[in-house]
Design a protein. Sequence first.
Length: 128
Amino acid sequence: MTADELQAMKRARALITDPEHWTQDAFARDKAGTRLTAHDPSAVSWCMAGAVIKCGGARMYAPFEALRAMATEKGYERLPVFNDYSDHATVLAAFDEVIARAEVLLEAEAVLSTDSVEITEEPVPAYT
């Protein structure tokens, strides 16, 4: 997951922090509860996937894959099933878990990319 994708995940989590801004069985809903697309300007609540789409776009493969993997680890066949059969606190905890994992991986990648290993050519000792 890239740093931009991680930021989109954090925005998605923040978007649904208030239970009134989270929904089930739809990507998004308006005030009347009508199902909408995630980008609809009249949307006031979103499911997990809808929040990611709203905050980062539908082509954010890594965030969707990370959330899907987490849902599978918890015994759910798909992310929408996890969202629709979990309570709000569980959904937020799942976002927190995926975000924490991504932060660790990004930090490790940063360390590995900045650490340089100097290789010097020294004579190989002869063992007899």
